[in-house]
Ligand binder design. Structure first.
Ligand SMILES: C[S@@+](CC[C@H](N)C(=O)[O-])C[C@H]1O[C@@H](n2cnc3c(N)ncnc32)[C@H](O)[C@@H]1O
Length: 762
């Protein structure tokens, strides 16, 4: 992969279901003498293990997925897997071969991670696996399942995130670990009494397009505690927070540094690395990795914890970075995590290693012996620093507390994790912002990423996770203008050369709690008075001073944040921190059809946030027959719904957004009621979830996909034209709608659609 900033993947377009791409590559191609020479000399595994190590690297990686999302949904889905799918897949024979069912990964908490090793043709042709595959695809589409390499799930598990923690994910895109961090932050939520966590997950990535992928990935667990920024992590600016009447620097309790790396631990799926691997891949990344970790150290609160990780096996990218960082920051030490995840097989970090250069002619004991071999003028080109080598007194650093994960131990990719904690001077850390040292540093630091400092991006736009695709992302035709009476947050002018380049996000403006848009949501959706109305923000263009803004406010999307995110947004220039997302979208404006005003509806995936503030009386109970009709038809006419209490109740309801509840008895595996957003128009009632979410719901409740196929949907629309007042696109609008730069282009746009995830616990 060379000096990639990303792991895995392929050029920009939507990843295919490529579990078994490796079938297409001959084993004989999986050789690289440089790799063998280098790693044998590093003694990363004992000599008698080398053969099994390299042989495992040459075999395809099993397919691994994690049951994601909120705790209740995850547990219910996990039960479906365990009690329904696994028994069905247990005695499968294909072409006279017995095919093993999926198994739980032994070390993953609560058995939520699974793996299986089944050739693609089995998934495509064998009926039981075919059905299982559809289940996985649909649940992945709606974000309840995340396909992620097993080892990539590790770093968040060592972070011990709690709901009040301020967490930073420094190199976060495409966001599989951010999703885990958000799940941990929300771990105490139950969907009937959501306590919005008071903490924060600040996810950052220097690649703007990839921050939008990240926002999309995170949408599976819509969080008012999320912020996303687009900066070079190695020069991440201090964020300001008021404390009484003075400003302080925000310090984080937990920081994840999942840094860009050479990625040679992913060779089992990124087969190109076999061809290109050479030691300079890692050598060239060491300095950036170290700078990112050192920046994290500066931003960490006393007693805080940093997890540093790579999917590289190279000590230069791993132990050498940790050693240099510890040497430069005596306030830090490695934590012994040997008692954590006891079923995880691991090897200790190395205390000796011998870097080499492009020639690979020899490895060098020390920096000085290496430098002695360089001709004058060559030294600058080597990119080698003293920090590439083990420092004097390396034993004191106890690098053996780092974790090395090798592919042959538990049939995974290769990975490295180090867990560090700050033990030092609390006062110095807490006061860092007011010290002249910090002020000086801030003055010296550019606020944004200068182009010259931007990390190298390789051609491939791949991700560890498959991107979810969604259908049309067009939004309802409602134009946004500046709301009345708002102090507009003006986009500060970008100074030339500050690297603002493509950063064209709309400002973030909090509405006053008595703004008409909010009052309309409260009254139409009958929300209780304790709804956090003062934490609602809008993303609207900065007003044009020439334009007449005296017209009525016309806001399309309302976002909700928690108190901490609100304070940070209000006290930090969004342009300086290149803020791409704050909080989560919760209401969106919907055209209401003939003669009626547009009004807000709650987004399906945001329902868990709104439910605790919803008067239970306003939720309409439905029967199985009703759910079937709503799932089957695109625009079912109200008069055509099965007779019963749902139909009677809905006749009385006003046109607009409502919430329906379908009882858990509908499916013996469901551990909770289904609560779903619906929209009543003049003549029809629509389930406000997108096609893929509907299909996933259908598979789960009815055992098959009974939704109207795309070709037939057109026809249905024509037949029911009169009744139709909302468009399919209204249900499936994209999250990039607030970004004047359009968010993502072409192929990425497909990955930004609101999933409107429908599976809500009641
Ligand atoms: C290994 S990937 C991160 C994977 C991610 N943590 C996940 O689990 O989905 C490394 C990421 O670092 C980003 N990156 C590279 N250089 C960076 C820098 N200087 N600052 C911040 N992010 C950087 C890349 O764009 C890439 O998305």
């Amino acid at each position: 992969m060379g000096r990639n900033n990303k792991r895995g993947g392929r050029k920009g377009n939507k990843p295919k279901d490529d579990v078994y791409r490796t079938d297409l590559v001959e084993k004989s191609d999986m050789v690289n003498e440089r790799f063998t020479t280098y790693y044998q000399s590093q003694k990363i595994v004992p000599e008698d293990e080398w053969d099994v190590f390299i042989e495992t690297l040459r075999t395809p990686l099993p397919t691994v997925f994690r049951v994601a999302g909120s705790r209740q949904t995850a547990q219910s889905l996990n039960a479906t897997l365990r009690d329904k799918h696994v028994p069905t897949l247990s005695n499968v024979v294909f072409e006279e071969q017995s095919i093993p069912p999926p198994v739980q990964i032994p070390w993953y908490p609560d058995g939520l991670a699974w793996q299986f090793n089944v050739p693609k043709k089995v998934l495509r042709k064998q009926p039981e696996f075919k059905e299982f595959h559809s289940f996985l695809v649909f649940e992945t589409e709606v974000g309840n399942i995340s396909r992620q390499e097993a080892v990539s799930m590790l770093p968040p598990l060592f972070m011990d995130v709690e709901p009040h923690h301020k967490v930073m994910d420094m190199c976060a895109a495409p966001g599989s670990k951010t999703a885990q961090l958000l799940e941990a932050l929300h771990a105490q939520d139950t969907l009937t009494s959501t306590s919005i966590p008071s903490g924060l997950v600040l996810a950052n990535d220097s690649d703007h397009k990839r921050t939008h992928l990240l926002i999309h990935q995170s949408a599976r667990l819509p969080s008012p505690s999320l912020m996303v920024t687009n900066l070079d992590a190695s020069i991440y600016p201090a964020l300001k927070m008021p404390n009484g009447n003075r400003m302080e620097t925000l310090l984080f309790d937990r920081i994840l540094c999942d840094v860009p790396c050479s990625g040679d631990g992913t060779m089992r799926k990124n087969l190109g690395i076999w061809k290109t691997w050479q030691p300079m891949d890692g050598n060239g990344l060491h300095t950036l990795q170290l700078r990112i970790l050192q920046r994290a150290m500066k931003l960490l609160a006393p007693k805080g914890r940093i997890v540093y990780s790579t999917c590289s096996l190279n000590p230069v990218e791993n132990e050498a970075v940790i050693a240099s960082a510890l040497r430069s920051n005596p306030d830090f030490r490695l934590i012994d995590v040997s008692d954590k995840l006891p079923a995880l097989q691991r090897r200790p970090g190395l205390s000796t290693w011998r870097p080499t250069d492009r020639s690979l002619a020899t490895t060098y004991d020390t920096y000085d012996t290496f430098m002695a071999t360089c001709a004058d003028g060559e030294t600058g080109k080597t990119k080698m620093t003293r920090g590439h080598w083990p420092p004097d007194g390396v034993e004191e650093l106890q690098l053996s507390k780092c974790l090395r994960i090798y592919p042959h131990l538990q049939d995974t990719g290769g990975f490295f994790v180090a867990v560090l904690e700050r033990i030092g001077d609390a006062i110095e850390a807490a006061d860092v912002s007011s010290s002249s040292r910090e002020k000086k540093r801030e003055a010296e630091e550019p606020a944004e990423v200068p182009d010259s400092k931007k990390p190298r991006l390789d051609e491939e736009g791949g991700s560890e996770n498959p991107t979810r695709s969604s259908e049309t992302t067009a939004g309802a035709d409602v134009t946004e203008t500046t709301p009345k009476n708002l102090p507009p947050q003006r986009a500060p002018k970008q100074k030339k050369g500050e690297g603002g380049g493509s950063f064209k996000e709309n400002p973030y403006t909090f509405l006053p709690p008595d703004d008409p848009s909010i009052l309309s949501c409260l009254s139409r959706l009958r929300l209780t008075s304790n709804f956090p109305s003062s934490n609602i923000l809008v993303r609207i263009p900065a007003p044009d001073p020439e334009a007449d803004t005296s017209g009525p406010a016309n806001v399309r999307n309302l976002y909700i944040t928690n108190d901490l995110v609100k304070v940070l947004v209000q006290h930090n220039d969004y342009n300086r921190i290149r803020l791409t997302c704050a909080g989560t979208k919760v209401f969106t404006k919907q055209e209401a059809g003939r003669g009626a005003d547009a009004q807000f509806r709650v987004l399906g995936e945001a329902l868990p946030l709104v439910l605790p503030y919803t008067d239970p009386e306003t939720i309409v109970d439905g029967e199985m027959g009703v759910l079937r009709t709503l799932v089957e038809k695109v625009y079912p006419l109200t008069i055509a719904l099965p007779e019963g209490r749902f139909k009677e109740a809905m006749k009385e309801r006003a046109v607009g957004s409502h919430i329906a509840r379908f009882p858990r008895e509908l499916d013996p595996i469901l551990s909770h009621d289904l609560i779903l957003p619906i929209w009543k128009s003049n003549a029809s009632i629509t389930l406000m979830i997108d096609k893929k979410a509907k299909s996933a719901l259908s598979m789960r409740v009815f055992g098959k996909d009974i939704t109207t196929p795309a070709e037939k949907r057109e026809k249905d629309v024509k037949v029911e034209d009169d009744a139709m007042v909302i468009k399919v696109e209204d249900v499936e609008e994209g999250v990039a709608g607030d970004n004047p730069s359009g968010g993502l282009q072409e192929e990425e746009a497909a990955a930004t659609g609101d999933s409107d995830t429908a599976m809500i616990d009641g």
